[in-house]
Design a protein around this ligand. Structure first.
Ligand SMILES: Cc1ncc(C[n+]2csc(CCOP(=O)(O)OP(=O)(O)O)c2C)c(N)n1
Ligand SMILES: [Mg+2]
Length: 557
């Protein structure tokens, strides 16, 4: 929304909404950035210091807004991405020109893949000297253009508030994602007087696609399943999803931020039976997630696929869906809930049988007495001690894959994984955002030893902000998810070993947190309990068996 006269405007839905006259404020560029962020209801910015962005700090500081500063920009940017995932309004990172901005790049790409609302603000060398070789003089915008919804440089000081506000709105619009703005130093230090626009909310746009066909397919299906993905949570459609599933008695699987929308102990929630569910279904409804490698590219044997996406551009036409629907997911799920009802108790009972059988098959590993410790045993000790509203973050290869298999989620917003971009090193930033947003909840990171190396300097940040987080490191001394496949393909492996038994626990204690190393499975339970009970950050360094590879079947490409 541009600043302007008060009055009625027409929304995309055709409805009208009232526009209030925004107040004018006078200030430097940082004031205007901070004000635009503040009026969007966002109270904090993640950052690492750099002179190019000092006015933004001043703008935030003088408004009493929170500045969360880290040790490597990737942590600030991943914190902003996690903030977006958890709060469903944009997380904001402010990074200094050149290397600062580029260090945050992977989180922007992750937000692009994950549909996470996020705004990255960058410093930029002064326009008055452009081309003369200022420090860190580079054009970020073309680099960010292909992985953001909007990437632009704001040259005019009087446009700063408006462009910042518009970038936040763009990031929040379906299909959500990252936006990037940078400000030349001379622009950011200049003063102007402008009106700061208020936030624009997502309207109830009409549904596109063939709603009737989707409803008919659901009404007629004998053995439907639904997969609920991250966009259902991001779009605030979790109640509609649960209602549809319960009304029509459709077995539900969940991935990404969709996990927990139907609590893991609900009669219609399934996870271990996923292979069988997809193989035996006659129609698979995929709602709010891409038809990508995580779900066999949307090809489910003989089953038809119906794709429900939050935006027409996100429909997976490659899978030739029998029907597709695109638009607000609450409306889409409410439409599906009007399908004809059917008795599906036999189908549900069949899947429940499979679920129970598969879960019974996990028990031996979860309780394994083996030395070195079986990675599954760690989950065997952790899972019973997790709070129902805990937040679990998975960062690593094989060790993190076990998290997806063994950790049950009971509330939406309780699970954070890197998503289909699969970037190692998310966890310090993700934990920082989660722990500061929800200090009263358990935050637990399931961390590979390889993944640990990407972000361990930011354990210092977790200590400095006294974030209540437990890092559980499965230390097999290898890049397991790479070593085992390479050995399988070539008969040997290179570049896949780490040093065995590295003392990551001592890194944590040196930085001021709680750390323990565990070699003996019988000591594990008590160590987990101690770590969870210790305020502030703690790290369990658990030496696991490098011979054990996660049993994997997904086709990555
Ligand atoms: C930034 C980044 N670099 C490299 C990879 C490739 N990669 C995926 S899993 C993996 C191994 C992870 O090792 P670790 O965290 O120790 O977990 P493990 O598989 O040993 O349990 C690697 C190197 C990646 N996904 N992301
Ligand atoms: Mg490892």
């Amino acid at each position: 929304m541009r600043p302007g006269k008060p009055g009625l405007r027409r929304a995309r839905s055709g409805r009208h909404y009232r526009v209030t006259m925004p107040e004018k404020i006078e200030g430097h560029g940082g004031d205007l950035v901070a004000e635009a962020i503040r009026v969007h209801g966002i109270d904090r910015v993640y950052t690492l210091s750099g002179g190019h962005i000092f006015p933004i700090y001043d703008g935030l500081h003088t408004r009493g807004m929170r500045i969360v500063d880290v040790r490597h920009e990737q942590a600030a940017a991943f914190a902003a991405e996690a903030h977006g995932k958890l709060t469903r309004s944009p997380g904001v990172a402010a990074l200094t020109a050149g290397p600062g901005v580029i260090n945050g790049m992977n989180a922007v790409v992750s937000a692009h893949f994950n549909g996470s609302p996020m705004l990255m603000l960058g410093g930029r060398s002064p326009q008055a000297r452009w081309g003369q070789g200022s420090l860190q003089e580079m054009d970020h915008v073309p680099i960010f253009a292909s992985v953001t919804k909007r990437a632009e440089t704001v040259f005019d000081p009087s446009q700063i508030a408006e462009r910042t506000s518009a970038a936040l709105d763009v990031a929040s619009e379906r299909h959500r994602g990252p936006a990037f703005l940078d400000f030349p130093m001379d622009t950011l230090f200049s003063r102007s007087e402008v009106a700061v626009p208020t936030a624009v909310r997502n309207g109830d746009a009409p549904l596109e696609g063939d709603v009737d066909a989707a409803v008919r397919l659901l009404g007629e299906a004998e053995r439907p399943v639904v997969l609920i993905g991250s966009d259902v949570w991001a779009d605030g459609a979790e109640k509609a999803a649960r209602q549809m599933i319960e009304t029509l008695q459709v077995p539900a699987f969940m991935n990404g931020m969709g996990r927990g929308i139907v609590p893991a102990d609900h009669p219609l929630a399934f996870s271990a039976a996923r292979g069988q569910g997809f193989a035996r279904a006659d129609v698979v409804f995929v709602v709010g997630t891409a038809l990508d490698f995580r779900i066999g590219f949307g090809s489910f044997g003989d089953a038809k696929v119906v794709h429900v996406a939050d935006d027409p551009n996100n429909v997976g036409h490659h899978a030739n869906p029998a029907a597709w629907v695109a638009g607000p997911l609450t409306a889409a799920l409410e439409a599906l809930a009007r399908a004809a009802q059917k008795d599906r108790s036999d189908w549900i009972a069949e899947l429940r049988g499979v679920e129970q059988e598969k879960r019974a098959g996990f028990t031996a590993d979860l309780q394994s007495e083996a030395v070195p410790i079986h990675p599954a045993r760690i989950y065997g000790e952790l899972v019973p001690r997790l709070a129902r509203d805990g937040i679990v973050i998975a960062d690593g290869g094989d060790f993190a894959s076990y998290a997806g298999k063994f950790i049950d989620v009971y509330e939406p917003g309780g699970w954070l994984d890197p998503g289909p971009y699969g970037c190692l090193g998310i966890s310090a930033g993700y934990a920082l955002a989660a722990g500061l947003l929800y200090p009263e909840r358990q935050v637990v990171v399931m961390l590979g030893d390889g993944a640990a190396g990407f972000s361990l300097a930011d354990w210092d940040t977790l200590v400095r902000f006294n974030v209540n987080v437990t890092l559980v490191c499965g230390n097999n001394g290898i890049w397991g998810l790479e070593k085992h496949p390479m050995k399988f393909l070539y008969g040997y492996d290179v570049a896949a070993d780490l040093r065995p038994e590295t003392r990551y626990d001592q890194v944590m204690t040196a930085l001021g947190g709680h750390g323990e190393m565990v070699n003996d499975p019988s000591q594990l339970g008590d160590a987990v309990a101690r770590a969870l009970a210790t305020p502030g950050p703690s790290l369990l360094n658990i030496v696991t068996d490098p011979e054990i590879a996660y049993p994997r079947s997904a086709l990555l490409a």
